[in-house]
Design a binder for this molecule. Structure first.
Ligand code: HEM
Length: 329
């Protein structure tokens, strides 16, 4: 999720030495300090979402309660609701930082305000905030499981909460058998792919950049996890449609980023591989990437327009089983 204007060995002119030194001076400690005001905003957003989810449970409008009727008591299940709230703020920040990263890593649009340094720092701080929110989401889920398993001893309760939330493959009920490892995959990939930026002088700027591209996988896994598992977007109603719709600008920016790359070596001229400037597999891979991104845009439009978004029909009667209820599973 981090981006940087760095020199490369692929034919792009290097930035002035003064700018390079400034970029090299960026440390994790400095970015963590810079992130604090934004983290405050993120916690305020989380608190607002939490209040909304709480009120909806109390009023009987909650889709989560429609899916899992035993959750009708918001006072008891507040940690679960807080986990959901952190999930939403994490997804919102992930969306923002991916959008910013795509805007900054291609040919920068003229309308984008702010200096490159300020925008790149913002991209780094939004990435760090996203990781913190993702972790808080999983941690509150673990806390809820620890609270729930009151019949067990403390050591066992802590182990169950930790293992079900953080050990891939441990959670063994319902949709969670697939959805939880997908979420864990997003979290565990986000951390190295984001933090490697701060050791790029050791691994090399090009290695870092090549690895960092895979951060889009973190985002895809996060959205997939939410569509698969989020009870507030369980039914084929407007919240699910909005979630799908929000992916459209990301996919469009990805197409733009791929078709108008900043680095000459990434451009796709039809004669590129024939003239020997690009290898055939490399050229084919770049072409396939552009076609796949364009197909995703068309797919998203089709999903939103057709309403075939994977949402369930809300049943007239509450279901007797739940996708990830602690009880009876
Ligand atoms: C260790 C990793 C993770 C665990 C254990 C986990 C656990 C869960 C659980 C149990 C739910 C179901 C909550 C519900 O009833 O709706 C859920 C939903 C959700 N998760 Fe995760 N998750 C993880 C990673 C992530 C990541 C990386 C994101 C990305 C930002 C994320 C975002 C969400 C969102 C937005 C929801 C929907 C909440 C709702 O419907 O209100 N999760 N997650």
């Amino acid at each position: 999720m981090l981006s940087e204007t760095t020199p490369d060995d692929e034919g792009t002119p290097e930035p002035p030495a003064r700018d390079r030194r400034a970029a090299d001076r960026v440390t994790l400690r400095a970015d963590l300090w810079a992130m604090l005001p934004e983290a405050g905003v993120a916690f305020a957003v989380t608190a607002a979402v939490f209040v909304l989810l709480y009120v909806r449970v109390e009023s009987g409008d909650s889709a989560t309660v429609a899916v899992m009727p035993f959750m009708a008591d918001a006072g008891t299940y507040w940690m679960y609701l807080l986990s959901q709230a952190f999930g939403w703020s994490a997804l919102l920040w992930a969306w923002g930082t991916v959008m910013l990263g795509l805007l900054l890593s291609g040919q920068r649009p003229a309308w984008l305000p702010g200096s490159p340094q300020a925008l790149e720092r913002w991209h780094r701080t939004t990435s760090l905030t996203t990781m913190a929110l993702m972790f808080a989401h999983a941690l509150m889920f673990a806390a809820e499981l620890v609270r729930y398993e009151a019949a067990l001893g403390w050591a066992e309760r802590l182990w169950v909460g930790f293992a079900d939330s953080f050990v891939p493959g441990w959670y063994d009920s319902g949709t969670g058998r697939i959805a939880i490892p997908i979420g864990q995959g997003a979290l565990y990939l986000a951390i190295p792919l984001g933090l490697l930026f701060y050791v790029r002088h050791r691994i090399g700027a090009n290695t870092w950049r090549r690895l960092h591209r895979f951060v889009i996988v973190v985002y895809v896994l996060s959205v997939w996890h939410t569509l698969l598992y989020g009870t507030n977007v369980w039914y084929g109603e407007w919240p699910r449609t909005v979630l799908w719709l929000l992916q459209l600008p990301v996919a469009v920016l990805l197409v733009v980023r791929l078709t108008r790359p900043a680095r000459r070596a990434e451009r796709l001229s039809p004669s590129g591989w024939r003239s020997g400037r690009a290898s055939m597999p490399g050229w084919a891979l770049r072409a396939a990437g552009r076609v796949a991104a364009a197909a995703v845009v068309l797919g998203l439009v089709a999903v939103v327009a057709s309403g075939h978004d994977g949402g369930r029909e809300r049943p007239a009667e509450a279901p007797s089983t739940a996708p990830h209820a602690p009880e009876g599973e």
